[in-house]
Design a protein around this ligand. Structure first.
Ligand code: NAP
Length: 279
């Protein structure tokens, strides 16, 4: 089967990233390896994992089995809350690197800021030390607010390459995206399909799918692409993975992008970075 050509973008540190990537939460064991390897063979180049997904080993194995050149891939993992702190972040990155077994981590993120603990600046400094050493290529964050990003930039002099946040038509994150654009931070959308909630049966999404002759999922993922955010839909199924990646052959009119953004209603889960804690 032909490989889908997912366009590349360049991060603020000069490294390559992609307009769409693959989520892997819950893809574990042999089935998980097979699913992730199928995604890579379909054309996915940005692969998202985390210590807390318990599948870094599977992601590394899927990369090796895929037959795709390792240097074409951007394997992302994340430091959990229990590893916050300078030394802890260095140890966490080393352990992830060993578990992945791919020679280096392409993009390392802080999974959640956990502001009550107040160690995300030191965590980021530890990640910068790993980058200096060559063990990590790019550094970024996840679930950071504008004020947390400002503090990180002020106190380290380094602008994260990526901020991976909850983003879907019910929570389009307009203000945060504008801040990212100003600072050259790539927005990455987690739960881009709103975890297949009622989003995919919204009348607007169904009508647009019929009008553009694509699937509801493709309408939603194309909307992310046109916002300039990288969605990382997760699917265990090779056919749905291909459907999700195949959104570069059509474009939504601006008025339709705006209409989808008007579905906004706020966060869907208990994921306010000011209060949510993850360890
Ligand atoms: P999602 O990608 O929005 O939705 C995944 C769900 O949609 C799965 O149930 C999947 O089922 C289904 N699906 C996928 N493609 C479909 C299609 N074409 N048609 C119908 N159903 C489809 O949700 P997510 O997994 O929560 O988010 C994506 C990734 O973001 C995660 O895997 C993870 O890597 C990352 N994430 C990060 C954070 C963070 O804090 N940084 C938080 C949450 C998630 P099947 O597998 O059966 O296809």
């Amino acid at each position: 089967m032909a490989t889908i050509d997912i366009p590349a973008v360049t991060l603020n540190d000069g490294t390559a990233f992609a307009e769409l990537g693959l989520g892997t939460y819950k893809l574990t064991g042999e089935d998980g390896i097979a699913a992730i390897a199928a995604g890579i063979r379909s054309g996915y180049r940005v692969i998202d994992t985390a210590v807390n997904y318990g599948n870094e080993r599977e992601v590394g194995e899927a990369v090796r089995r895929s037959g795709v050149d390792r240097d074409e891939l951007v394997v992302t993992t994340k430091i959990p809350g229990r590893h916050h702190g300078y030394d802890e972040a260095i140890a966490s990155g080393r352990e992830s690197n060993a578990t992945l077994g791919l020679g280096r981590i392409d993009l390392l993120l802080i999974h959640w800021p956990n502001p009550r603990v107040d160690k995300y600046v030191d965590t980021f400094k530890g990640m910068l030390a790993l980058r200096e050493e060559g063990l990590v290529r790019s550094v970024g964050v996840s679930n950071f607010t504008e004020s947390m990003l400002r503090r990180l930039i002020d106190e380290t002099g380094v602008t994260p390459a990526v901020n991976q946040v909850e983003l879907h038509p019910y929570f389009p994150q307009g203000a945060l995206r504008a801040f990212h654009a100003e600072y050259g931070i790539r927005t990455e959308s987690w739960s881009p399909l709103a975890r297949r909630s009622e989003l995919l049966t919204e009348p607007l999404i169904r009508d647009l799918a019929a009008a553009y002759q694509v699937s509801p999922t493709q309408v939603v993922l194309r909307w992310h692409v046109q916002l300039g955010a990288t969605p990382i839909p997760k699917s265990a199924d090779p056919e749905r993975q291909r459907e999700n990646a195949d959104v570069f052959g059509f474009a939504l009119d601006d008025e339709h992008v705006e209409a989808i953004s008007a579905l906004e209603r706020g966060r869907l889960w208990d994921g306010d970075p000011e209060t949510h804690e993850e360890f």
